[in-house]
Write a protein that binds this ligand. Structure first.
Ligand SMILES: C[S@@+](CC[C@H](N)C(=O)[O-])C[C@H]1O[C@@H](n2cnc3c(N)ncnc32)[C@H](O)[C@@H]1O
Length: 305
């Protein structure tokens, strides 16, 4: 067994057992059980480890590049600041089982929910902006909104949001969620609203970290033990220096008890509308000011142990 993996992470479900006798001795002790069609999974994914070579499409390295954004299967690039659906696909396949509940506390345009439906998972999304929560609901059928996707309009830092999520979990027959996605505003890089509860409206970056930590704490409490969380975030530039937003937020999560499992660097080229138009200006600024232009953001994989 690979170093770092706990035996209890593995979950073997025998399908058709076949008993094969060894040729040398025929005593009962020498009977070997060979399970040709056994499905061996972890407790948190449906990937059949006995057929691991069939999963070439599932990433196991830490550098993620995608040639282009997926725009089919319910997705549209209609929200400045959304993440690309292929990220959800990768994460769900690695860290969720069919029918699991994904909790997204910064739901935005609902990428996590759309992909949950596409991959037969369920989702609870919390979004601060009521008009957005309402318009995103229209991306789902009335039936899906009853059984598979629950959209809550609330401030994810609050106790009230936590109580609302608990109530929805209860309706969906669960006590806690099986996967947590946190894709917060990157401080004030994009202003999402004028609301004071909006993480993109904080007066200082320190206040942003504090508010993020409150959301992460709610997420921690609402996540099942042993399950995973993904924090999707990039760094920023402020006052002529790079601010390690991503790492500070990851640290706040670690302080809450999440264990860091992976730091993924994700290519964002072609994903930044504004910078495409002003590429030369950015290049000039980089050369003149000793900067580099961000081509990546981070996905931290963390586990509630
Ligand atoms: C980076 S976007 C998330 C985009 C989303 N992942 C998607 O693919 O569309 C961050 C979202 O968090 C929301 N937000 C900011 N502060 C919040 C808070 N206190 N509670 C809930 N949502 C909040 C913003 O309105 C924005 O839609």
């Amino acid at each position: 067994m690979a170093k770092g993996f706990a035996k209890e992470d593995l979950n073997t479900i025998p399908a058709s057992l076949e008993v094969v006798k060894k040729t040398k001795k025929k005593s009962k002790a020498d009977l070997k059980v060979v399970d040709k069609n056994a499905i061996k999974t972890t407790k948190y994914s449906d990937i059949n480890l006995n057929k691991w070579k069939d999963y070439a499409h599932v990433f196991t390295n830490t550098l993620w590049t995608f040639p282009s954004r997926l725009k089919e299967h319910g997705h549209s690039n209609d929200y400045h600041g959304n993440y690309i659906p292929q990220v959800a696909q990768q994460l769900y396949e690695r860290f969720t089982k069919k029918n699991d509940i994904v909790l997204d506390l910064f739901f935005g345009s609902g990428t996590s929910g759309i992909e949950a439906i596409n991959m037969q998972r369920r989702c609870i999304g919390v979004e601060l902006k009521d008009e957005l929560a309402e318009s995103v609901s229209e991306k789902f059928t009335p039936k899906q909104l009853v059984t598979d996707v629950n959209i809550i309009c609330a401030d994810s830092t609050s106790e009230l949001a936590k109580e609302k999520v608990k109530a929805r979990l209860d309706i969906m027959g669960e006590k806690q969620a099986q996967f947590l996605i946190l894709h917060p505003p990157y401080d004030d890089i994009i202003k999402f609203s004028d609301k004071k509860e909006d993480l993109s409206n904080c007066e200082t970056t320190e206040q942003f970290y504090d508010m993020f930590e409150k959301v992460a704490k709610n997420g921690y409490d609402l996540l099942e033990k042993g399950r995973f969380a993904a924090l999707i975030i990039g760094n920023s530039y402020k006052h002529s220096q790079e601010i390690p937003l991503a790492f500070k937020c990851m640290e706040r999560m670690a302080n809450l008890g999440f264990v860091l499992k992976a730091t993924i660097v994700k290519d964002i080229q072609g994903n930044e509308r504004a910078k495409g138009r002003t590429a030369n200006l950015w290049r000039y600024r980089a050369l003149a000011g000793g900067y580099y232009i961000f081509n990546h953001e981070y996905i931290f994989i963390m586990q509630k142990v």
